[in-house]
Design a protein around this ligand. Structure first.
Ligand code: TYD
Length: 131
């Protein structure tokens, strides 16, 4: 599992955390999206990407992410704005246990492209095992 620890700049006013592409995350950032206001017992994700690289940061509250590379499954609890989880291509992800106040921010190295999604777990396993 690849976690990044971001440096937070704190002073008597509070904290500020800056993330720069190719410096703090290992790619140029082309897209940012966030998931928030998630309803109880929701499970999101349930897909992999053919090419996309992402870093997920729980900037408020908490959630759990399951990462599955086709042979190993890992569960990661995210609950800090200072921690980024790198999610590489061809990794199946499921996101759950969202706290009511969870804001999950995701940085991505490419624009949104539905064709890059693998939404069937069987297809994912085939592609992951071809690697
Ligand atoms: P979806 O991929 O289903 O979310 P998740 O896999 O996290 O549960 O995305 C929900 C909707 O938002 C879907 O219609 C696609 C759209 N979407 C965009 O338009 N741009 C984006 O960057 C993302 C991530 C999703």
């Amino acid at each position: 599992m690849n976690l990044i620890h971001f440096k937070s700049l704190s002073d008597e006013r509070g904290s500020l955390l800056a993330i720069e592409g190719n410096k703090d995350v290992p790619f140029d950032i082309k897209r940012v999206y966030y998931i928030y206001g998630t309803k109880p017992n929701v499970r999101r994700g349930l897909h992999a990407h053919i090419n996309l690289r992402q870093v997920a940061i729980c900037i408020a509250g908490s959630c759990t992410i399951l990462l599955d590379d086709g042979s190993t499954k890992q569960e990661v609890a995210l609950n800090s704005p200072m921690t980024g989880l790198v999610i590489e291509e061809l990794v199946w992800r499921e996101i759950y246990d969202f706290s009511e106040d969870c804001i999950l921010m995701v940085l991505a190295n490419n624009h949104y492209d539905e064709k890059d999604y693998i939404r069937q777990y069987d297809n994912f396993l085939e592609l992951a095992n071809e690697k």
